[in-house]
Design a protein around this ligand. Sequence first.
Ligand SMILES: Cc1cc2nc3c(=O)[nH]c(=O)nc-3n(C[C@H](O)[C@H](O)[C@H](O)COP(=O)(O)OP(=O)(O)OC[C@H]3O[C@@H](n4cnc5c(N)ncnc54)[C@H](O)[C@@H]3O)c2cc1C
Length: 406
Amino acid sequence: MADNVYDILIVGGGAAGLFAAASAPARVKGLILDKAKAPGRKLLMSGAGQCNLTHGGSIKDFVSHYGDNGSKIRTALYKFSNESVKKFFENKGIPLIEREDGKIFPRSMDAKDVLDCLIREGQKNGFSILSSCDVTEVIPGDIYTVISSKGIFKAKKLLICTGGCSYPTTGSDGRFLKVLEALDLEIIPTRPSLVPVSVEGYPYTELSGVSVKDITIEADGHKVSGDILFTHNNFSGPAVLHISRYVKPGTVIKLCYCTDRKLNEIQEELALLRKDKSSGRKEALTVLNSLFPGLPSSFIRKIFADEGFDEHRVFAEFSSKAAAAFLSRIFTDTYKVSGTSGYSTAMATAGGVSLKEISLKTGESKKYPGLYLAGEVLDVDGDTGGYNLQFAFSSGYNAINDAVGI
Ligand SMILES: Cc1cc2nc3c(=O)[nH]c(=O)nc-3n(C[C@H](O)[C@H](O)[C@H](O)COP(=O)(O)OP(=O)(O)OC[C@H]3O[C@@H](n4cnc5c(N)ncnc54)[C@H](O)[C@@H]3O)c2cc1C
């Protein structure tokens, strides 16, 4: 074999590509090509620079955190689980901590420690990194040929880890999907995920910064729970980020801000309160604040204003019509989606190379033996909480271990 042929060429030095190099089971002649000025830029931004690299608990619970494709990546996750990720980093001298909410970070809370570790371990395994190298074409064969802005490279095995489309300034701008499409690989159309959602007639501008805990949102047959944050022009917060993978302009979303009580229970309680003279003399706002202790007072006041009810009127004047309008906002606040805030703020990308194209155990292409895909370039997007990096690590590990094959 010619000297200039690499054992493994990795296109994309992000979380998946760097982890693959760092976890190769043997030393190889390897090279990572990355179009950005430096590798791992998105990894450095992850978890607000603190790198929430996986989640605690059982790996069985992970599957439900990747939308409709979760069950398809079960094998990949089980083969290299969150426990494996934890062991990997701790063995390489990166102690971790698990927060109360289950998110796992390096104890230093510094993503740079994670990035430096991956680069160092990759180098030990024989990988060097060529930055500012934009790969524009892949020519399959017994030996893979890769055309790039820095010349032509050849390798026995090729691992594609070019990421999704979000935060395009990090280098992952989705353009490589065109290169893969030219290889006749099926691409599921991409859209921003983990992104704030805009709706027609958004009413909560003045509540910007207010959040409501434990709400549910339904969209297109899917339902998620979590907290919501009102911003000046859209809905944000974990529940909204998680439903965002299912919405497009025109999708109807229904928000329920009271999830621990049923509507009919509240209706009955309101009817009893209305009969109670001492409640009747109180301000309506005071009575409703005590009925919904979990809801911010500013939010209740806003709904009063929207529904044309003077918050200072006494509860006895809170008619059943006003109550019905109020409860409808609390239990089924309904909007039509006008869009999302796009790839510039999305933390993940839904869509990408169809999972039908690969072995779900190894990430190897069914059409092109020796070509592997890992990470966000695939049609996988997880919830916030460490699920996206976990998939990047699991898929990167599985691919390199099959490719090196010892
Ligand atoms: C702001 C932000 C915060 C996040 N926080 C978290 C978090 O805390 N926890 C979590 O689990 N997930 C988080 N994520 C998501 C997570 O960072 C990604 O899912 C993960 O980085 C994907 O890894 P990847 O290797 O597949 O792609 P990337 O990390 O995006 O890497 C892809 C690499 O490929 C390179 N590339 C692209 N095209 C080419 C080409 N043509 N030629 C050569 N190189 C190319 C790019 O330059 C890039 O370096 C966050 C994302 C963002 C945007």
